[in-house]
Design a protein around this ligand. Structure first.
Ligand SMILES: Cc1ncc(C[n+]2csc(CCOP(=O)(O)OP(=O)(O)O)c2C)c(N)n1
Length: 577
């Protein structure tokens, strides 16, 4: 290794397991990028928008567990990273952002492209180090890497070009990343929990991403307690498949018996979840116990009767040795029956789908679910794609479902899928994108996928609107506004850009079109699916304000002469078709 700060930086990142750096070059970054080129161990992924690179990196980091680097040049290149870094923070992805900085002689002079990295990254970054002296390099890079990996989130190293190209005295690039410790609650807390479980006639479980490596333990606990298991979107992929006690999701995307299960149980166990919609969680009528390895999560979404700090795997394993099995399964059977009847309801537009034009998104998603491979990776844009993925894409041991579930940014799915495809070449990678989301960020970087011949399948829900907000506005009882726009034929656009384009307008073409897209291995595919913009989605449990909001919105639309839209919405959602 030659002896510049930039060399030490890349060598340490490579030693920490970083395989890729996504970003765009620029003059402030030149000495840094030159170091990356010299090093040769980390692949540089040139993207057309820095934010796209970060979303790709977030998916790579989340799925592989490895840290991933991103970079942007001083000022605007750096600000383009920001939304993606917020996503990394919320989704818990270990990202190290290399931010170009102005020369040290210009710091604090309001120089061209200067920004204060401490202030700017404060909301997103778990640690920000600014290298103003080569002697800081080893320590700052070490801290940035360890913080990102162990605290699972983004960190920033801000580097002025003159420091990057300066000689460094301490060249020790070895880096030691300790394995996380096993975290288990105290015996006294566990005994209290065992007593609460044994005393409760009925127990329900609601799990999140914290159950990622604890699936078997949670499923066994549920089986022994005859407890229905609901989950957040992040928990779905771990807790739904091969689990006879699974009862679906609650919240706006909700389906199945989850809402009833968690509201009607005597005791609710919240496992590894920071579920952000308190209005869908029960109040004081249900006793609640929350277990999470992050103590800050305890009780912040809803008041709990007992909070335990621990890994779900270790904690539930400890419980399994102590709790008494329950014998009465009538509560569980009731919630399963509820779940089954909701699944039947969901099947309506799936079964009718082949006859309904415009294409029903339920039918599109269910057909995709049917055709995709058992280890496919699915990514949903924030928007209605989340609803259809939550309800119609089933997980399996090897399938993965991911999105901007906690930050809820638009335009995440296509870049997420691109990053996943780079990490797992050849594995089926499917982005369900909104037309708003795809034109926000996915379109420009389709060129990146084309260049790399990445076989990413992006399925655009072409509904000519920001439909999720359209639904939200109706829920709130206001007249939909600012949500409609015109689209080109995305299949033709994709073809012009060098990708494969498939346009789906007729429901009869859906199955063959999707099968063709999934079979295409030579590069990216864009499926332009013209779907029903009037398809509504209501949660399995409709809160009073939501039902009232819809009625109000419909009434106001009638008064404002939008009778056509009202009729179409009603007609297309009350099974007249
Ligand atoms: C960057 C960003 N801007 C705005 C929003 C608010 N928002 C959430 S969903 C949504 C609509 C998404 O529309 P589209 O991508 O077309 O998907 P659809 O809901 O129509 O399926 C909007 C505007 C957001 N979450 N993120």
């Amino acid at each position: 290794m030659s002896g510049k700060v930039a060399d030490l930086l890349w060598e340490m990142l490579a030693n920490a397991g970083v395989k890729r750096c996504y970003g765009i070059v620029g003059d402030a970054l030149n000495p840094v990028i030159d170091g990356l080129r010299r090093n040769g161990r980390i692949e540089f992924i040139h993207v057309r928008h820095e934010e796209y690179g970060v979303f790709a990196a977030v998916a790579e980091a989340y799925l592989t567990g490895n840290p991933v680097a991103v970079c942007g040049t001083a000022g605007p290149g750096v600000t383009h990273l920001f939304n993606g870094l917020m996503d990394a923070r919320k989704e818990g992805a270990a990202i190290i952002a290399i931010a170009g900085d102005v020369e040290t002689s210009l710091i604090d002079t309001e120089a061209l492209e200067e920004l204060n990295p401490y202030k700017f990254f404060e909301a997103a970054s778990l640690y920000t180090g600014r290298l103003v002296n080569p002697d800081q390099a080893r320590s700052v890079v070490n801290t940035a890497i360890l913080t990102a990996v162990l605290e699972k989130g983004p960190t920033v190293i801000s580097i002025p070009g003159d420091v990057a190209s300066a000689d460094v005295a301490d060249r020790s690039a070895a880096i030691t990343i300790p394995n996380p410790a096993v975290l288990r609650p105290s015996d006294a807390d566990l005994s209290q929990l065992v007593k609460m479980i044994d005393d409760a006639k009925t127990v329900a479980i609601f799990g999140g991403d914290g159950c990622r490596d604890a699936r078997d333990e949670v499923v066994e606990l549920a089986s022994r307690l005859k407890a229905p298991v609901g989950y957040s979107f992040r928990g779905k992929q771990w807790l739904e498949h091969d689990n006879p006690n699974a009862v679906g999701m609650t919240g706006l995307l909700g389906y199945g018996g989850a809402y009833g299960a968690i509201h009607e149980a005597e005791l609710l166990l919240l496992l590894g979840t920071d579920f952000p919609f308190p209005e869908f969680l029960p109040g004081h009528s249900v006793k609640k116990v929350q277990i999470d390895k992050n103590p800050k999560h305890i009780g912040r979404r809803t008041q709990v009767d007992l909070g335990l700090v621990g890994d779900i795997k270790a904690t539930v394993a400890a419980l399994l040795g102590s709790v008494r099995d329950k014998t009465n399964d009538s509560f569980l059977r009731k919630q399963i029956a509820e779940t089954n009847s909701f699944h039947d309801l969901l099947q309506h537009y799936v079964e009718k789908g082949p006859e309904i034009k415009p294409i029903r998104p339920e039918f599109l998603a269910a057909t995709l679910n049917d055709l995709a491979s058992d280890d496919a990776m699915f990514f949903a844009d924030t928007g209605t794609a989340c609803i259809w993925m939550a309800r119609h894409i089933t997980g399996s041991k090897n399938r993965r479902l991911f999105g901007s579930f906690t930050w809820a940014s638009m335009a995440n799915a296509a870049p997420n899928a691109f990053g996943a495809q780079l990490a797992y070449p050849g594995r089926q990678t499917i982005a369900l994108t909104g037309d708003g989301g795809f034109t926000m960020l996915g379109l420009g970087d389709l060129l990146t996928q084309v260049e790399r011949k990445s076989p990413v399948v992006q399925i655009i829900l072409n509904n000519g609107s920001l439909d999720f907000v359209n639904i939200e506005q109706q829920e709130a009882g206001v007249i939909p506004f600012g949500v409609k726009f015109d689209n080109p034929d995305f299949a033709k656009v994709a073809e012009a850009m060098g990708a494969k384009g498939i346009r789906l307008e007729d429901p009869g073409d859906v199955r063959d079109g999707l099968a063709e897209a999934l079979a295409h291995k030579d590069g990216p595919v864009v499926v332009d699916a013209v779907v029903d913009p009037f398809a509504l989605s209501l949660p399995s449990h409709v809160p009073f304000h939501t039902a009232k909001g819809f009625t109000m919105s419909m009434a106001k639309q009638v008064w404002n002469g939008k009778m056509d839209d009202v009729i179409k919405t009603i007609e297309r959602n009350v099974r007249l078709v």
